[in-house]
Ligand binder design. Structure first.
Ligand SMILES: O=C(CO)[C@H](O)[C@H](O)COP(=O)(O)O
Length: 335
């Protein structure tokens, strides 16, 4: 492992390997829940190093949104590296409206009991009590997510005091580094969840990668100015420029609906993908889930991609992202 980075919380951050995902085409073996829980439990501090290291185990994988134990089993059988337990997938949150909150702990526990892979669950932005509850029930990761209705329009959760690792969304480099400075051990680009439209996921991934490329050739004086400009902590920006990538694992999310979408995001440099509505709003969820896992493994092989894209049944109906988007732009929540 390379030289550790120090976060504002003071814990060392293991530097991820360069390169993305699983470019060898070797299937990713999902870590088990017991491995995860033991790692966190064995660290009395829940240090940033341990928390961000856990996310490294998911690289090259697909994390699937599931709303019950049966969907969780389908996801696990399809090869998901983790599941995200929530009451409604983002497409349904959009369609039904209302305030979207943390799911019922009983439902989350049923999902935990149904699978051996890690289980994540969402809290509202800024809702540290929902996070305390999820930590108390032994969830593997907390997603402080813009897909739920924000609880605080100004503050994100201070994630450092928690033992459980957090993943947070970002649309650009400044947002990603602000979340890491608050203690996020895992970043996902936001995309526009629940639309089945990959365009915003592409925009956000390109923004992060493009800003990192520019930062990587800057002098220290220029990095100070850039840090001010993008409202990012200087030391995290400097470390990102040195690494030529985010200092934590970065998955893509929001609007990924086909194997080709998943492979596109991998070729754009992410470490893995989250897929929600695109699987369980499709004609054949089990088949599509398997195909998306395969696509992330073989993202650089068009021949395999063409085979796994065949005969998948109906894809979810996608939405155009404009001012009339029902539910509005979730990505602009919590900057
Ligand atoms: O919030 C998420 C990640 O934390 C969702 O899992 C993801 O964004 C799902 O989006 P979609 O339903 O468009 O696939």
């Amino acid at each position: 492992m390379a030289t550790p980075v120090h976060t504002p919380g003071g814990s060392p951050l293991p530097v991820p390997h360069h390169g993305v995902g699983n470019s060898t085409g070797t299937p990713v073996v999902a870590p088990t829940r017991s491995a995860h829980t033991k790692d966190v439990a064995s660290s009395s501090l829940g240090t940033f190093g341990v928390k961000s290291g856990l996310a490294q185990m998911l690289k090259g994988g697909v994390i699937m949104d599931v709303v019950n134990a049966e969907q969780a089993r389908i996801a696990e059988e399809a090869g998901a590296c983790a599941v995200m337990a929530l009451e409604r997938v983002p497409a349904d949150i959009r369609a039904q409206g209302g305030v979207a909150r943390m799911s019922d702990p009983k439902m989350i526990k049923e999902i935990v009991d149904a699978v051996t892979i890690p289980v994540m669950a969402k809290v509202r932005i800024g809702h540290f009590v929902e996070a305390q509850i999820l930590q108390a029930i032994g969830i593997d990761y907390i997603d402080e997510s813009e897909v739920l209705t924000p609880a605080d329009n100004e503050h994100h959760i201070n994630k450092h005091p928690f033992k459980v690792p957090f993943v947070c969304g970002a649309r650009n480099l400044g947002e990603a580094l602000r979340r890491i400075s608050e203690g996020a051990a895992f970043i996902r680009t936001k995309g526009e969840a629940g639309t089945g439209n990959v365009v915003e996921a592409v925009r956000h991934q390109r923004a992060v990668m493009g800003e990192i490329r520019k930062a990587s050739v800057m002098s220290e004086e220029e990095l100070y100015a850039l840090a001010k400009d993008i409202q990012a902590p200087f030391h995290l920006l400097k470390e990102t420029a040195r690494l030529k990538r985010l200092p934590v694992v970065n998955f893509a999310a929001g609007g990924i609906a086909t194997p080709a979408d998943a492979a596109l995001m991998m070729q754009l440099g992410c470490d893995g993908v989250f897929v929600g509505s695109g699987i369980f709003h499709s004609g054949d969820p089990a088949k599509r889930a398997r195909a998306i896992v395969q696509a992330v493994t073989h993202y650089n092989n068009p021949k395999i991609l063409s085979e796994i894209s065949e005969d998948l049944g109906e894809a979810m109906v996608g939405l155009t992202i404009d001012d009339s988007l029902k539910g509005g732009r979730m990505a602009s929540r919590g900057m």
